[in-house]
Ligand binder design. Sequence first.
Ligand code: PHE
Length: 450
Amino acid sequence: MTTRSNFGSKLGAVLAAAGSAVGLGNVWRFPTEVGNNGGAAFILIYLICVLLIGVPVMISEFVVGRHTHANTITAYKRLAPGSWWRIEGVAGVFVAFLILSYYVIISGWTLYYLVQSCLGTLSVAQDFKAGFSAFIAHPWWPVVYGCIFMGFTHLVVARGVQSGIERFSKVMMPLLLVIIVVLVVCSFNMPGAHDGLRFLLKPDFSKVTTRVMLSAMGQAFFSLSLAMGCLCTYASYFSSDTRLVRTAVNVSLIDTLVAIMSGFIIFPAVFSVQGVQVDEGPGLVFITLPHVFQMAFHGVPLLGSVFSVLFYLLLLLAALTSAMSLHESVTAYVHEAAHVSRPRASVVVSVACMLLGVACSLSFGPWSGFRVFGMNIFELFDFAASKVIMLLSGIVICLFVGWKLDRQLVYDEVTNGGTLRFRLFRLYLFLIRYVVPIVIGVIFVNELRQ
Ligand code: PHE
């Protein structure tokens, strides 16, 4: 058996896992969801989802990963040899691969906007909507930026767990937090900031429907990087004295804080400019915000440029640490199962993923006519990965840890062999055995009906 690397410190482990969780989902998707779904009412439901569903699922993934010290596919194979539970590991790694293929394309857009901000071309008056649509429909520019982004991700993952992922996360995560605080302070000082805050913090319970609850749940899953083999793989590098429950709580806390602070950056900024509409999805970050950056600091365009450089840098760093975990989930498998060196395994993953990424990118331009169930390739991948496989995987993980694994094994993992106390163990078991599978099951059926 070859010796496997571990994270060198507990802080490194927390920051790497938090890096996986904090991503495009926090900075861009969360504020849009809050804006569309009743402000503080959505935040409240989201917090309940994180606490009652997100944290228990994360602990369960940690149990599987740390107990086996193996990549996700091998982990399930070892814990349930010869049984169909093994499919769970395959689904996790497959979904990570699928998500990475389109995540790099959006991250490439972010890189493009960062470059434009640095060059000062983003602050030139223009039709931001037309500019954005023309860029993403271009046959090769988004691919070029996607490739550069994949190149960065590749370099970090190929260096290994400690000198690549851990070292990078230890520098980037604190930097990311500093940028967020600076941006929040800037945003709070904009004229009209408190209209934005009122919009964000005023709970509008009339908008809360079951559909909104389901959105909150899906957002929690995506944002916490659950059910994609990423956290299971990272947990396989945790040392025997890493506290699983505490790590899961810390990661969820950091992730949630970043999401809420992103709302504090975006809404005061947007509300400080009259007549700007909050666009949905990519529009918020790539159409509304450039407009805001240009208009918010009348007469001082330099301030707008600095704000926009910092904002896209934040988005890029967040995306990079998440892409690393998606990449690592697949690379660890190729490296260990096919017995090829880590650098080679990561080349295979980067190239294969980029090929799929090209298809995703072209689906906004030359291939936009190619549709399956009314969706282009990009939307199809997102639907399959983050609506179908992710939710099903979430159910299977909980059933696996709750019912299939030996209760003593689970207890030993969460208490580090009985040396820690975990008073809520019975509640945790109850949640993963009954509550989480039933709630996700309802979501799944509802999503399919849409
Ligand atoms: N959690 C990341 C985000 O918020 C996305 C992601 C999902 C990363 C799944 C890894 C695994 O953007």
